[in-house]
Write a protein that binds this ligand. Structure first.
Ligand code: GLP
Length: 240
């Protein structure tokens, strides 16, 4: 894993976006795996600006997203689908038919099945963007005795519900289930970019970088096994 320690959120977003922009210049037909959450917003902003400046084009880019809450309509402003349109897709010239957003109106594995097929048809991603949960989750793969290889309906950890409640009016409004990409699918990406900022990510980052053993109670720890991971981490998350 390559670790790039950045001064702050802005610096992290800048360095990560430079990496992505360079990649897109070389390969305009890039296949992205996108993540939601506060971590990649700055990166997306920089990509929007780079397109505006004519540095990059999304004309041939394709994307698939990592996860989505169960039971939330895509038009709901808490949905990850809404997030992606608001923070990226509405501002770049990506073709509608090249955007793939998982959805699960209810906690039924048939939606996971559909998403698995979509991922297979989509093919290998060039770059997968990832954030980290405070508990070390990636996508919605929570610490557990066993982790899912493939896309599944998952139950959210209490710590995730608490962390994500900041986006909802009440904690009770946070969905209890999500549809999430599985570990094997995440690991299929050629390159993985992990973004981690803020003190509340320090514990996960510390364990990711220092734990001697890899265990499923720290899903991000498995990233140590992928040959091409870039961790862009700010000083707060790195030093605590
Ligand atoms: C959420 C998402 C993850 C995201 C993570 C971090 O629960 N499922 O995909 O990376 O938590 O979110 P944030 O970037 O807001 O800290």
């Amino acid at each position: 894993m390559k670790v790039i320690v950045c001064k702050d959120y802005e610096d992290m977003s800048k360095k990560a976006s430079e990496f992505v922009i360079n990649y897109m210049m070389e390969k305009p037909q890039i296949k992205f795996g996108f993540a939601t959450g506060s971590s990649p917003i700055g990166l997306y902003k920089n990509l929007i600006a780079a397109q505006k400046d004519g540095e990059i084009s999304f004309k041939y880019a394709k994307s698939v997203n990592l996860d989505e809450y169960v039971g939330i309509d895509p038009s709901n402003d808490q949905s990850y689908s809404y997030f992606m349109h608001k923070n990226l897709f509405d501002h770049v010239a990506i073709k509608k038919e090249n955007i793939h957003l998982p959805s699960a109106p209810e906690a039924d594995e048939k939606y996971a099945e559909k998403y698995r097929k979509e991922l297979e048809e989509f093919g290998q991603r060039d770059i997968q963007i990832l954030g980290l949960g405070v508990n070390g989750h990636i996508a919605f793969n929570e610490p557990a005795e066993k982790l899912n290889k493939y896309a599944s309906i998952v139950e959210l950890d209490q710590s995730t519900i608490e962390a994500n409640s900041r986006f909802f009016e009440n904690e009770e409004d946070v969905p209890k289930y999500a549809l999430s990409m599985g570990l094997a699918e995440i690991f299929d990406a050629k390159t993985i970019i992990v973004l981690a900022n803020g003190k509340n990510k320090h514990e996960a980052v510390k364990r990711l970088l220092n734990d001697e053993k890899i265990t499923t109670d720290l899903p991000c720890g498995l990233l140590n096994l992928h040959p091409n991971v870039y961790l862009f981490v700010d000083e707060e998350a790195y030093n605590g």
